[in-house]
Design a binder for this molecule. Structure first.
Ligand SMILES: C[S@@+](CC[C@H](N)C(=O)[O-])C[C@H]1O[C@@H](n2cnc3c(N)ncnc32)[C@H](O)[C@@H]1O
Length: 506
């Protein structure tokens, strides 16, 4: 009997014919085989910076159609609430007709309210998951954290939306920096606010127009707003919706695994100090990069998100807010440089923070109640944002069944139109794979193999070509495609197909 959990009664009662469940499931075996294959592999990619698109993957040699260009393991993952009993928490094997047989529960000592169980297709998968979370003790802590999140959600449903506020609390640290892991995963907004005020020549109580502000100015302002949100418990009575809850679980997993990754996440001693050199060197000489190390290099989209939320022509999440200004009333927009809690709560622009702040409050409450987490007590908002806004526009959906490689390659449009009916099982973060930029005519197709994501050339690629995947909906007309990319990923697509189709329209 594993120390970290009780196997469920369903598992103990298994007939002998199903004893095979003690062995790893088929997707697990496939994962292991691929991991072994990838261990010595040098993927034919390097990362370069391109004006207008940021970093991207480029081919280091000619690549034939059908060849694997990259393979990535997830750092963190979260199975959706709907399928949490039908999907293996390790290999994502899915059986919609029955709950999976192997369950790992938290330690007996955890509070009843925090009882939560992981579900697996096999004992082999359970062992892998427990190991990835740092062993039985840490697995129990992790389940307890998830249990507290669920308990809050249940209490919220039962009390028809009345949750105790987190109330007024002490700031995370005197200097505004995270108390733990200051080097890691700090949101891009955490710049020195005093420097910003001095540079801008601004009075502390002055107002400014965030649409006119530089990235640094906006970042400093965002940071101040978050200090106030965290100290006053603003928006903590708002419960995140389904998709946000899934994100909260993903962030919990990510923070948890990242914390436990230990010193192995540092780069080789002889690697250049910059991230790009480091990634390139490791991809080329050591095979796949450890996902925990790679997370720190993932682009944090917080400034882009807030800018998009405040933009006058925005047709996104604030479009339904009655008092949000229209382009005609917007210019110039004046927002206090040091907003008070009441101003954040009562203003239309404060709602740009509501969704993330409600998710933060949920995770912060659960974090504070779980013993054995670092830092103990409060989860600094900087750490939450450092992951939350990295998830944004960088995570992948887990779909089932995965599209077979042969089907992807047969399709003249790279099989990326989403015509195959698939179930959405959850979301996962592959921090080494986030360097694929989007093109509306991609040359790379992606497919899930167990828990890993495999990227395959969907066309012949020449040495030096950029490698593109599709972020979805490439069968739509140009205007729709571009508007969706703007809304969900905050960018104006610079791909060659858009350029061509826009030129024809003019
Ligand atoms: C998953 S990341 C890709 C890597 C990213 N370029 C980086 O430097 O981290 C997605 C972001 O890359 C940029 N991007 C991707 N495809 C693009 C395109 N076709 N045109 C312009 N920007 C693009 C956008 O900023 C987008 O939010």
């Amino acid at each position: 009997m594993p120390a970290y959990g009780q196997e469920s009664r369903e598992h103990q009662a298994l007939p002998p014919a199903q004893a095979a469940l003690k062995s790893p499931g088929p997707a697990w075996a496939e994962d292991r085989a691929l991991a072994a294959e990838d261990a010595g592999r040098r993927f034919p990619v390097r990362i370069e910076h391109i004006p207008g698109r940021g970093r991207g993957f480029f081919a280091t040699r000619d690549i034939g159609r059908g060849e694997t260009v990259f393979c990535a393991a997830p750092l963190a993952w979260s199975v959706s609430e709907d399928w949490a009993r039908h999907t293996c928490w390790w290999c994502f094997a899915h059986d919609s007709r029955r709950a999976l047989p192997v369950k790992a529960a938290p330690r007996q000592a955890s509070p009843r309210s925090a009882q939560y169980r992981g579900v697996f297709c096999s004992a082999g998968c359970m062992d892998e998951a427990v190991g990835a979370h740092g062993g039985p003790e840490r697995w129990a802590v992790y389940l307890e954290l998830l249990g507290h999140i669920e308990a809050d959600l249940t209490a919220h449903k039962a009390s028809a939306g009345r949750l105790p506020s987190t109330g007024s609390r002490a700031p995370p640290a005197a200097d505004g920096q995270p108390a733990h892991g200051a080097r890691h995963l700090v949101g891009t907004s955490d710049v020195d606010t005093a420097t910003f005020l001095a540079d801008a020549g601004a009075e502390p109580l002055a107002e400014f127009d965030p649409c006119e502000a530089s990235d640094e100015q906006l970042a400093a302002w965002i940071s101040r707003v978050w200090d106030t949100i965290a100290q006053s418990g603003l928006f903590s009575a708002h419960m995140p919706d389904n998709s946000q809850r899934e994100l909260v679980r993903l962030i919990a997993c990510e923070l948890f695994i990242h914390d436990g990754a230990g010193p192995t996440q540092t780069c080789r001693a002889d690697a250049p100090p910059d991230w790009m050199g480091c990634m390139v060197l490791r991809c080329a000489s050591e095979g796949p990069v450890a996902p925990a190390a790679a997370l720190e290099h993932v682009r944090c989209n917080e400034v882009e998100y807030v800018r998009a939320m405040l933009r006058p022509d925005r047709a996104g999440p604030l479009a339904d807010v009655a008092d949000a200004p229209t382009p005609a009333t917007l210019v110039p927009l004046r927002i206090p440089q040091r907003p008070l809690a009441a101003q954040i709560e009562g203003s239309w622009w404060g709602r740009a923070f509501r969704v993330a702040a409600a998710s933060y409050a949920l995770l912060d409450r659960a974090w504070g109640r779980t013993a054995g987490l670092r830092p103990a007590g409060r989860l600094p908002h900087q750490r939450f944002r450092g992951v939350y806004f990295r998830e944004m526009a960088n995570s992948f959906g887990i779909y089932d069944p995965p599209i077979a490689l042969s089907a992807l390659l047969q399709d003249s449009d790279n099989g990326l139109h989403g015509e195959v009916e698939q179930e959405y099982l959850g979301t996962s973060m592959y921090p080494t794979a986030v360097y694929f930029n989007h093109s509306c005519s991609p040359n790379v197709a992606k497919t899930r193999v167990g828990r890993n994501m495999r990227f395959v050339a969907a066309a012949d690629v020449r040495l030096g070509d950029e490698l593109f995947i599709s972020y979805g909906c490439i069968s739509d007309p140009v205007a729709e495609r571009r508007s969706r990319l703007r809304e969900h990923f905050f960018f104006e697509c610079t791909c060659s197909r858009c350029a061509l189709e826009l030129a024809v329209k003019e």
